[in-house]
Write a protein that binds this ligand. Structure first.
Ligand SMILES: [Cu+2]
Length: 475
């Protein structure tokens, strides 16, 4: 191979002519690329992705994809009949390289009620393969195409009514890697946003049917990553270690909503804008169109919880578009030192200002109960109200109640830890299960004592008084 290049180079200099250029051009033109051997494509369920193609040559790649209609969980106590590619929402991840010849087998499970097909945005040809792949229940079709443009592409069902098939979960991603593969990274994950429309409102229990009117009005009940509320939180959170590089393959199935994809506490070092070749750097939020995708890459420098959201923020905190990347490893105080001091701020100058005291070294002088209640109310309004609501009622299926909470009243030490360190995973509060994420609250130990005392002394709770000492002892 190297020899051929050298010879070509020499010939070029000697003759100044271009027969070698033609040979080289043909090698680079994906349409002309020869394929070597036959390979069975590895397909993966989200959030995992198949192994990188690396340096492998173009091949004949056989993809076996099965359409399955099945009931799965949308949220706690809420289920939905999803239509899927490969049994998951989004469908199985397909990883190819430029020049591959794909032999696509689409099988529709005999138990399916409807015919389906697939439109792959990576296909150059009518309907992205939709017509050629139309398949009735209990049938299998085979169609072939060559991948000629590298990039990250959405695929989806395009059977009428198209919107309904997509709304029921029929979408996924196909990656076409460039010659030589994408640059290696430490971790790769597959995430896809989708909006869902149910007869019942968000959180209404039981098996929920698709609501066509809401879908037409683009009035989503759920906006989620990977098909359900909590697919990427608690024990389903994706993970990385400090110092690792992470690549997220992010798609948006829609059917309707555009995603303002953002990771709280991280900056994308690189974004392959819209999944193509253009790389933007140092990006805070990237727009992912419905039926589009992006590859985002970043190095994780500090430990903690990075929260993945659609920054159309009510979707994140009220409709489910929230996931967690849990980063483990040593602190890096250069990059993030955390809170280093706090003092009073008094612009009127009436009261004397108090010197800022370093957190950690501060001496423990506790406020009176009345002072705590007053300060606690302010802290609650600033830091907790947005999620737990003004009178601690919470929001069903999203934020647990603090009013009359058995979880809270059972153990003040545990409650302190929740506020100080955050909480993810399944908990039960007053008989209802919550499986979400409460971010660590960056407030001083003194304020944690005040806000918890305020909560314990209101809304039917057990009047515990939390001291700064108790909060300090939690490390
Ligand atoms: Cu379909």
């Amino acid at each position: 191979m190297r020899l051929a290049y050298v010879l070509c180079g020499t010939a070029l200099v000697a003759t100044g002519f271009s027969s070698c250029e033609k040979v080289e051009a043909a090698k680079k033109d994906p349409e002309m690329m020869k394929v070597y051997g036959e390979t069975q494509a590895e397909l993966t369920a989200p959030p995992m992705v198949p192994r990188p193609v690396g340096k492998r040559a173009a091949t004949k790649l056989v993809v076996d994809m099965e359409v399955v209609e099945k009931e799965m969980e949308m949220s706690d106590g809420v289920s939905y009949v999803y239509w899927t590619f490969g049994g998951t929402v989004p469908g199985s991840f397909i990883r190819t390289r430029v020049g591959d010849e794909i032999e696509f087998h689409l099988k529709n499970h005999p138990d399916s009620k409807l015919p389906h097909n697939i439109d792959l945005h990576a296909v150059t040809g009518p309907g992205g393969g939709a017509k050629s792949s139309f398949v009735a229940p209990g049938h299998e079709v085979v169609f072939n195409f060559k991948t000629i443009n590298p990039g990250l592409y959405v695929y989806h069902c395009a059977t009428a009514p198209v919107g309904m098939h997509i709304a029921n979960g029929m979408y996924g991603l196909i990656l076409v890697e460039p010659e030589g593969g994408l640059p290696p990274v430490d971790k790769e994950y597959y995430i896809m946003q989708g909006d869902f429309y149910t007869k019942g409102e968000n959180g209404e229990r039981g098996l929920q049917a698709f609501d066509m009117t809401k879908a037409i009005n683009e009035d989503a009940d759920y906006v989620v990553f990977n098909g359900k509320v909590g697919a990427l939180t608690g024990e389903n959170a994706i993970t990385a270690k400090v110092g690792e590089t992470v690549r997220l393959f992010v798609g948006n199935g829609g059917p309707n909503l555009v995603s303002s994809f953002h990771v709280i506490g991280e900056i994308f070092d690189k974004v392959h804008v819209e999944g193509g070749d253009m790389i933007n750097k140092n990006v805070q939020t990237t727009l992912i169109p419905a039926g589009g995708a992006a590859m985002v890459e970043f190095r994780v420098d500090v430990p903690g919880e990075l929260v993945l959201v659609d920054h159309s923020i009510f979707r994140a905190f009220n409709k489910g578009a929230l996931g967690v990347l849990q980063v483990e490893g040593p602190d890096n105080e250069v990059v993030f030192a955390g809170k280093t001091s706090e003092g009073t701020y008094n612009p009127t100058g009436v009261a004397a200002t108090e010197p800022a005291e370093a957190v950690g070294e501060a001496q423990v002088s506790d406020k009176s109960l009345a002072e705590k209640l007053e300060r606690g109310k302010t802290v609650y309004t600033q830091s907790c109200l947005a999620c737990h609501q003004a009178t601690g009622t919470g929001i069903p299926n999203a934020f647990p109640p603090l009013a009359g909470s058995d979880y809270l009243n059972a153990d003040p030490h545990r409650a302190i830890e929740v506020v100080k360190f955050g909480l993810t995973g399944e908990i039960e509060v007053n008989g209802e299960v919550y499986n979400s994420a409460m971010p660590k609250q960056n407030i001083s130990d003194e304020d944690i004592a005040s806000v918890l005392t305020y909560i314990y002394n209101n809304w039917g709770n057990n009047k515990t008084e939390v001291t700064t000492e108790m909060v300090k002892s939690k490390k």
